[in-house]
Design a protein around this ligand. Sequence first.
Ligand SMILES: NC(=O)c1ccc[n+]([C@@H]2O[C@H](COP(=O)([O-])OP(=O)(O)OC[C@H]3O[C@@H](n4cnc5c(N)ncnc54)[C@H](OP(=O)(O)O)[C@@H]3O)[C@@H](O)[C@H]2O)c1
Length: 251
Amino acid sequence: MVKTALVTGATAGFGASIARSLVAKGYQVVGTGRRLERLNALKKELGDAFVPLQMDLQSKENISEALEELSEAFQRIDVLVNNAGLALGLEKANEVNFDDWETMIMTNVMGLTYLTRQILPGMVERQSGYVINIGSIAGNYPYPGGNVYGATKAFVKQFSLNLRADLAGTHVRVTNLEPGLAGGTEFSKVRFKGDDDKARKIYEKANSLQPEDIARTVVWLLEQPEHMNVNRIEIMPTSQSFGALPVYKED
Ligand SMILES: NC(=O)c1ccc[n+]([C@@H]2O[C@H](COP(=O)([O-])OP(=O)(O)OC[C@H]3O[C@@H](n4cnc5c(N)ncnc54)[C@H](OP(=O)(O)O)[C@@H]3O)[C@@H](O)[C@H]2O)c1
């Protein structure tokens, strides 16, 4: 039986690459995002195995209505890849635009949890399924300006681990995939509100991860035997490493 994966944020970056890789591996893929024209372009490329589903993760109603639109052949979700998400700004917490915090929480936390809550009962009923959450190293290590973005990803990490606790005995697997610096996506363009130059500089000479690296990891996870659960997987480009903890001294 052909397996169905629902991949959020398939209009760009990791999500588009994950959708391509899963279709190549024989999955049916439901790809979501707000930009329908991008989803339709992917449908043109990938054919009948790909179903575009316009969905704004900031709205519970919109998520529910979108899921109801799915034809019967695509309603049984075997794999949920909670990939969609964003970082907005790098301002300090005392200077930040609160709307940015709200958007990140609504998308990365509220949307992800609501969609997961909709999909999980079917997986538990069938005693089979896989939830792959795309977290971030920002959920593991703090950095200046990471404030709420990092906090949403720390939430996703702990949510993933707590899902594992609730799903014990159900054969449903959960992994939190935590990438470091990754280019080839719109992540920094979104963070810097369309400032292409600023975004480009982040990746200049950095030899960063690419969407295909994340997609390959997702495929690898899905190829592991059912008795094995990878709880968390943290991946950085070799060029990225750790800094010392700064100590500010005052006279
Ligand atoms: N790139 C990195 O360095 C990096 C590192 C670690 C973790 N991550 C995480 O990886 C995931 C994918 O990021 P990416 O780098 O591939 O970024 P990207 O190219 O900007 O893609 C983000 C995706 O999320 C979707 N999205 C954003 N807001 C949405 C909303 N309200 N409703 C529905 N979909 C929404 C976007 O679709 P629409 O705009 O069409 O809605 C887009 O498809 C994110 O969770 C990000 O936090 C990225």
